[in-house]
Design a protein around this ligand. Structure first.
Ligand SMILES: C[S@@+](CC[C@H](N)C(=O)[O-])C[C@H]1O[C@@H](n2cnc3c(N)ncnc32)[C@H](O)[C@@H]1O
Length: 326
């Protein structure tokens, strides 16, 4: 139990290490706390204590001579790592994130989003008002896409799809990965205007000749006339009524024989450890959504004019829930 209760401290320390850029600074070789403290402007003893703590969970290694060297777990927190989880680690240390989790009991008591209670606005409005936090969030999402993007592109045969819309696709890393693997396909990235603004210089740059960037509100409409509507980590952001609105808009817009491709984790039955069950709590606190079971996806699609055709697992935590016309 003590180990479980310590989890927040471990995550907090690792987030701080990433924020300070220490994993980047030990890439070229072992360094002492004194040298690193001078480089980043920190108090040497306090920095030593931080690194000693993260080293005991494998994030850095403390050598007998007091130097700290890179480990596979610290390497993935470097900004130049592929994949890099630095952005995700930094997001976990932001004030809004911590305050949200500190009010989980409010969300559990009421079923409402804690973040809206704390800041008086929905998390996606909050990001519109705070560009610095929006950048941290978008970077964290792109970090995750460096892992689940290739997993989705590898798991699904896109051969019959010549046009695809990535609905609320962030800066477009998943779409870029799919377009690169399928050279005859055309894609549309559909997002909120303030996110689209950051897309032209993002991961889609090498495939921009086959890609359209469009901004709009996905609950009002989605770009019409594509063979597939893809959405990763979107359905899990919203309660059923909002999802049905969005999925109906996709159903009305899709070409004949087209597909719906929902990429989210599918909660398995049983008590085995599944990190998506904690992501589900994050969905409760922040956007007010949920992770869903197969039966819940089946019902959601049926209520929106789709039929759940199959669920395709990927090498990442997410699965691809494929819908066809219902
Ligand atoms: C959890 S992120 C997922 C981003 C991306 N699909 C990914 O997996 O990296 C949710 C995205 O939904 C977008 N979004 C939220 N509300 C939206 C709306 N009404 N219309 C279009 N996009 C929206 C946000 O800007 C954000 O980028």
């Amino acid at each position: 139990m003590l180990q479980i209760l310590n989890g927040a401290h471990v995550a907090g320390a690792v987030s701080c290490l990433a924020q300070l850029g220490i994993p980047d600074l030990v890439e070229k070789g072992p360094k002492s706390a004194e040298e690193l403290a001078r480089q980043i402007g920190a108090q040497p003893e306090a920095l030593y204590r931080l690194m000693r703590a993260t080293a005991c969970v494998g994030v850095l290694s403390e050598e007998p001579n007091g130097m700290f060297s890179e480990t596979p777990l610290s390497a993935v927190l470097r900004s130049n790592a592929k994949p890099s989880l630095r952005g995700l680690a930094i997001m976990g240390g932001r004030e809004w994130h911590g305050r949200g989790w500190s009010e989980l009991d409010y969300s559990v008591r009421t079923g409402k989003q804690a973040l809206e209670k704390i800041y008086g606005t929905h998390v996606f409005e909050f990001f519109k008002q705070r560009p610095e936090e929006a950048k941290i969030f978008n970077d964290a999402m792109t970090n995750l896409s460096t892992i689940d993007g290739p997993a989705v592109a590898d798991a699904y045969d896109f051969g019959s799809i010549s046009s695809i819309v990535d609905v609320a696709g962030g800066h477009g890393l998943l779409l870029a990965t799919i377009l690169q693997k399928n050279p005859r396909m055309r894609g549309t990235l559909y997002e909120e205007a303030h996110v689209i603004a950051g897309a032209p210089n993002g991961p889609l740059k090498p495939v921009m000749d086959r890609c359209t960037l469009l901004s709009g509100d996905m609950f009002s409409s989605v770009p019409a006339g594509a063979d597939a509507y893809l959405m990763k980590h979107i359905i899990h952001d919203w309660p059923d009524d909002m999802c049905i609105k969005l999925l109906k808009a996709c159903r009305a817009s899709v070409n004949a024989d087209g597909k719906l491709l929902v990429v989210d984790c599918v909660i398995p039955p049983g008590n085995d450890f599944f990190p998506g069950k904690f992501l589900d709590l994050q969905m409760l606190i922040f956007p007010g959504g949920r992770e869903r079971t197969e039966a819940q996806f089946r019902d959601l699609l049926a209520a929106s004019g789709w039929k759940l055709n199959r669920i395709i697992p990927t090498a990442a935590m997410d699965s691809i829930v494929e819908g066809v016309a219902g």
